[in-house]
Design a protein around this ligand. Structure first.
Ligand SMILES: [Zn+2]
Length: 269
């Protein structure tokens, strides 16, 4: 059993995810998570009373330190935003992603949403608990579907109205309350581009901590309809052959992996 909230003694050794104002400490030049005992690391923060155990890396504990209140004199380049970690230090992403989400959870669940009293941390699971009314909260995870649609040797790619990258990608959207994942895929595709799909197949998933999504990927085939975009959500959408492919997300994102899988199918079509 994991004890989630650890008093920080001199023996506590592990990997340290220090989160400061939406950035994680990955000191130059290695830009890796600091490893060792807290006192030996010369981290630029006051020693906290409690650290949060958020998992294991190479069978060694990973701890979150919330340092949002600190002012750092240290080089700002020692801190990385989560997207930067994703694109530049991909192997650190899993831990940074979890640390960001737990940090956000702890920051936003200090008081009970039901009765307004102060919540307390539970040790045996990652949760906050309100003693007066017994309300318990866990880190929020928001399921999203993401789907690559193929029509013969073409793939449907779209540019999202809210996308910050400007890349063409596969369609994605949040699952609504009371909906199955499969219903969400069919609904989102129809809402965003006005087509029907078939042969939906589960592909895989990826935590997407912006701020707390879980992307669940599918492949599908075109069934019927003409592309009719929902302009609130989509700027442009079209069918692309391998020769026409626009710039798409990198392959360490699930969108990139789905596109690669579909391209392999397009080659066979
Ligand atoms: Zn309460």
């Amino acid at each position: 059993m994991i004890n989630h909230n650890i008093p920080l003694s001199d023996d506590v050794e592990g990997w340290w995810c220090v989160i400061h104002k939406h950035k994680v400490l990955l000191p130059l030049p290695s830009q890796k998570l600091p490893f060792g005992k807290f006192a030996e690391l010369n981290l630029p923060i006051t020693r906290p009373d409690i650290v949060h155990h958020i998992g294991y890396k190479d069978e060694t504990p990973v701890y979150l330190i919330q340092a949002n209140e600190h002012d750092f004199e240290r080089n700002e380049n020692d801190f990385c935003g989560l997207r930067q970690v994703l694109f530049q230090q991909g192997d650190m992403f899993e831990y940074a992603a979890r640390a960001f989400q737990v940090d956000l959870f702890l920051k936003t669940h200090k008081y009970c949403g039901q009765c307004g009293q102060e919540m307390e941390l539970i040790d045996w699971e990652l949760a906050t608990h309100c003693r007066p009314c017994n309300h318990r909260c866990y880190p929020r995870i928001s399921p999203c579907i993401i789907v690559a649609i193929r029509k013969g040797n073409q793939i449907l790619l779209a540019k999202g109205a809210k996308s910050t990258s400007g890349l063409y990608s596969v369609l994605a959207g949040f699952v609504e309350s009371g909906e199955t994942l499969e219903q969400a895929v069919h609904r989102e595709v129809f809402e965003e581009v006005g087509i029907k799909i078939k042969n939906l197949k589960y592909f895989g998933s990826q935590p997407w901590p912006f701020p707390h999504s879980l992307m669940m990927g599918y492949t599908a085939e075109f069934d019927e309809g003409e592309i009719t975009i929902c302009e609130d959500e989509i700027l442009a959408a079209d069918w692309f052959t391998l020769e026409q492919m626009p710039q798409t997300p990198p392959t360490h994102s699930i969108a990139g992996k789905l596109i690669e899988r579909t391209k392999a199918m397009m080659r066979l079509a």
